[in-house]
Design a protein around this ligand. Structure first.
Ligand SMILES: Nc1nc2c(ncn2[C@@H]2O[C@H](COP(=O)(O)OP(=O)(O)OP(=O)(O)O)[C@@H](O)[C@H]2O)c(=O)[nH]1
Ligand SMILES: Nc1nc2c(ncn2[C@@H]2O[C@H](COP(=O)(O)OP(=O)(O)OP(=O)(O)O)[C@@H](O)[C@H]2O)c(=O)[nH]1
Length: 457
């Protein structure tokens, strides 16, 4: 399980912690942990804020406690939550102002080593101005002003969290098994029926099969098979093949081939780092293949396309070029995806395909240093300055990588909300080319700092 940066929302009852939690976790609320041992007083979820992903802990639900036991109960919960967190988000109600319980929580937080961000909730309109002034006495500096209910101030919250999350991320890689280059490559092979998936998988596993059979903990329908691939230098490289054979069989039975194939692909994608989309080269690329390719990239996974049955492909080069062209004409994010040729039947090209999958994962996991990134940014902007809608130039200030796997970036600037999509594409493509991301999906979000009324997600 990879560790991700964790933010604990703390504060007295009714300040809006749950409302903020729900806003940050959004649609994924259904996935909120309901683990035994985690009491009702604390819930956790995967938060997403403008390209930042983190875990959020909410210390909610004190309604049941009577006034006398409340502070004690809260203190235990708050300490447990901040003990697990990289940063505490200390929420108060700007409309109600600072009350003794806020001061008490402030004292607990000051005595802990977890960094604290003070946030004034319910700050929409002007009703919170007095409370915000009062909060300076807590000693945590100017609060971030929010309205969890109306989604205001999320940009400022992002900026306040960013340095803490970056710091936590920087500390994590050593511990994060998935991030290590020698971690097994999680590979899924998807494609239309008859493309040759089973043949390819059997050929890959061959003699090198290490562990076979279903592995606990994947899902009922997917199994993982671990094996060792030997790279061209003879080095063993572990691969975990995510197989969704069960789903494929069911698809056949139900005779819903088209529909299930896409569902099948998506299912496997959940567990994979790199997805190989296998095509029958003699049939070429069809709309459904493009749809799968697009979904894989949309899910943020790395994609490699493999043209199978190359042994019987006639007019090989025109076929290859045809597929390349069809990809270019397809959706913009599919452009530049690596295309390999293989024969599952003879084994030709399989080593190159697996090598390409490893290379693609490397690009997908890559973190670019701030210096290198901003040098690229300046060059890209100089070579092709942003437009000036209405005579006012859009100013680009800086860029930061908020995440890897897939690489995700936030670009800060003025009036970036007016950037044409074509310019955004220019930046993404330039970044892919010049910073070595190849065709892995690169996510780029544009932000105008200090604009509290954007990001009404
Ligand atoms: N005006 C305003 N009301 C808000 C805002 N955020 C939350 N509220 C309201 O404040 C009340 C309390 O919100 P909750 O999210 O339940 O507060 P909580 O801190 O989780 O409370 P406990 O679960 O008791 O700890 C609810 O009625 C919300 O609708 C806001 O930004 N503005
Ligand atoms: N000539 C040739 N035939 C192949 C190759 N790979 C697979 N085939 C044949 O293509 C057919 C389909 O292969 P499978 O491996 O069953 O395809 P699949 O994608 O697993 O099919 P489903 O289980 O229906 O999803 C079989 O008859 C294979 O022998 C290849 O590289 N060359």
């Amino acid at each position: 399980m990879s560790r991700i940066p964790t933010v604990a929302i703390v504060g007295r009852p009714n300040v809006g912690k749950s409302t903020l939690f729900n806003r940050l976790v959004g649609k994924k609320l259904a996935l909120v942990d309901d683990r035994p041992g985690v009491t009702r007083d604390r819930r956790e979820g995967d938060a997403h804020l403008i390209g930042l992903d983190f875990r959020v802990i909410d210390t909610a639900g004190y309604e049941d406690h009577d006034a006398q036991t409340l502070p004690g109960r809260m203190r235990i919960q708050t300490e447990a939550a901040i003990g697990q967190a990289d940063v505490a988000l200390f929420l108060f109600d700007a409309r109600a102002g600072i009350v003794p319980l806020d001061e008490e929580i402030g004292r607990w937080l000051r005595s802990s080593t977890t960094p604290v961000i003070l946030a004034a909730n319910k700050a929409e309109g002007r009703a919170g101005e007095q409370g915000i002034l009062e909060s300076l006495s807590l000693g945590f500096g100017d609060p971030v002003q929010l309205s969890a209910e109306h989604g205001e101030g999320m940009g400022d919250l992002f900026e306040a969290l960013l340095p803490h999350i970056e710091k936590a991320l920087a500390a994590i890689p050593e511990e994060d098994e998935d991030d290590r280059p020698d971690a097994p490559l999680k590979l899924a092979i998807v494609g239309r029926p008859n493309a040759g998936k089973s043949t390819l998988i059997n050929r890959m596993l061959g003699e090198d099969r290490m562990i076979t059979g279903p592995e606990a903990g994947i899902t009922r329908d997917s199994i993982a098979v671990d094996w060792l691939w030997h790279d061209p230098k003879g080095e063993p490289r572990p691969v975990r093949l995510i197989d969704t054979a069960g789903m494929r069989k069911r698809a056949k039975v139900q005779d819903k081939l088209e529909k299930m194939s896409v569902a099948d692909a998506l299912h496997a994608v959940d567990f994979a780092e790199v997805v190989v989309l296998l095509l029958d080269a003699t049939l070429g690329l069809e709309a459904q293949d493009l749809r799968i390719a697009d979904k894989v990239l949309e899910e943020g996974r790395a994609l490699v396309i493999a043209l199978n049955k190359w042994d019987v492909a006639e007019n090989a080069s025109s076929l290859f070029n045809g597929v390349k062209r069809a990809l270019e004409d397809g959706l913009s994010q599919v452009k530049g995806v690596t295309v390999m040729t293989v024969s599952a039947a003879t084994g030709k090209g399989i080593d190159q395909l697996i090598q390409a999958a490893f290379d693609t994962r490397e690009a997908w996991s890559k973190r670019v240093g701030t210096g290198e990134m901003n040098r690229w940014f300046e060059r890209a902007i100089e070579a092709n300055p942003p437009p000036a809608p209405g005579g006012k130039r859009i100013k680009m200030r800086y860029v930061t990588q908020v995440k890897t796997r897939p690489p995700s970036f936030v670009v800060f600037g003025t009036r970036v909300d007016q950037l044409p999509a074509s310019y955004e594409r220019y930046l993404v493509n330039s970044m892919r080319k010049e910073l070595g991301f190849g065709a892995v999906p690169v996510r780029m979000t544009f932000r105008a700092p200090k604009n509290p009324f954007d990001n009404k997600e």
